[in-house]
Ligand binder design. Structure first.
Ligand SMILES: Cc1cc2nc3c(=O)[nH]c(=O)nc-3n(C[C@H](O)[C@H](O)[C@H](O)COP(=O)(O)O)c2cc1C
Length: 353
């Protein structure tokens, strides 16, 4: 059974304070480009209603030339707490974009200073700001001046192993007015490879006054608890662990609040969730939603007899009805052969947005 020290329980029993904002959960759903759209967040929030969630990252200067807000910036009127994440290297563009984010309903504005992708870093955005702390600081100052919600930053521990700069970098951002820092415990050079290094997060937590959120390799409730124990961080952020598994944030939140583990979803329940995800993506985005759903479907289809075959079929679906039919057939098969896996609830019917 998973242990939960009294120390940790006491430390995490109060809300997470991000400036003036109080968040009733210490586990956050990370921004994931191509994943954390309004549909995905809706599924995560069903199990984690109190958690802070993030949109996919939005290019600030791109917004200047658009007649209407891009769909990735869209927020459900009732979804809170929600952060809109922006990336760019121009403080003035970011300040303008932050105002649009707040008008859309963002409770905080997050600046991406961690993205490792070349296309972003060669234009001075994402993790390249780790090498340009003066601009990073100017960005935070400009955005803080422009909006009256807390401004936060998500970044990495450094550019390379030889250039781990998170301690000085984060301190400068705090001085510039950032109200929370999330640290992905990898360098830019690592990308997503190798284990996340939580040690630097521990060191950072000791010197910052604002909340520090630990990110990297939180794939289970046990990992979340270990990370919080080890780093002393104010919260944890789940990322790849939520791909095809929008239950993780809720599982961690439940454990942190009650000290008890939730039973994981059965394969049938996961497939019911996949079915709903597919339907909602189609309703929200049409055929583009189907293209995006293919990758989600491959993430859901793991860990049961026939999963590999279903994965192959779902990865090439052309229509929503074909996808639903494949999933329904798999659910019926699982229910027939594994009665213990029958879900508590009725098979999920598509729910309209
Ligand atoms: C598909 C994908 C998309 C991502 N998109 C974003 C993004 O838009 N903004 C961001 O700050 N980080 C983004 N990240 C990084 C994650 O939020 C997270 O920092 C990283 O995956 C480390 O956590 P993990 O080891 O638990 O996955 C992305 C990662 C992946 C795998």
């Amino acid at each position: 059974m998973l242990a939960f020290s009294h120390n940790l329980q006491a430390r995490l029993s109060s809300p997470l304070k991000i400036g003036q904002l109080e968040v009733k959960s210490r586990v956050l759903q990370s921004p994931l480009s191509g994943v954390t759209d309004l549909v995905f967040r809706r599924l995560v929030r069903r199990h984690a209603p109190d958690s802070m969630m993030y949109t996919e990252m939005v290019h600030a200067s791109g917004l200047r030339y658009m007649k209407q807000l891009p769909q990735i910036m869209e927020v459900d009127p009732n979804e809170q707490p929600i952060s809109i994440q922006l990336f760019d290297c121009r403080p003035d563009f970011l300040a303008e974009a932050a105002q649009m984010a707040v008008a859309e309903g963002a409770n905080t504005v997050d600046i991406n200073m961690g993205c490792p992708v070349n296309k972003i870093t060669k234009n001075g955005g994402g993790s390249s700001l780790l090498r340009d702390p003066r601009t990073a600081e100017a960005i935070v100052r400009a955005v803080v001046r422009a909006v009256d919600v807390p401004v936060t930053v998500k970044t990495r521990i450094g550019w390379t192993d030889q250039e781990i700069t998170i301690l000085e970098f984060a301190q400068r951002l705090q001085d510039a007015g950032a109200q929370m820092i999330t640290v992905h415990g990898r360098t830019r050079a690592q990308g997503y490879n190798g284990p996340a290094n939580w040690e630097w997060i521990t060191r950072l937590k000791k010197i910052l006054a604002i909340p520090v959120i630990a990110n990297g390799d939180i794939f289970s409730v046990a990992a979340a608890v270990n990370c919080l124990e080890q780093t002393g961080a104010d919260g944890v952020m789940c990322s790849r662990g939520t791909l095809g598994y929008p239950f993780l944030v809720g599982e961690v939140d439940h454990f942190l609040k009650t000290g008890r583990e939730k039973a994981p979803p059965t394969s049938v329940e996961r497939l019911q969730c996949a079915r709903e995800h597919l339907w909602m993506l189609w309703e929200y985005k049409g055929d583009r939603g189907i293209q995006q759903a293919r990758k989600h479907m491959t993430w859901y289809t793991k860990g049961f007899v026939g999963a590999a075959e279903l994965r192959g079929q779902l990865s090439v679906i052309e229509t929503v009805h074909h996808g639903l039919e494949l999933i329904d057939r798999a659910i019926a098969h699982l229910m027939e052969h594994n009665s213990y896996e029958i879900a508590q609830s009725d098979p999920a019917l598509p729910v309209s947005l």
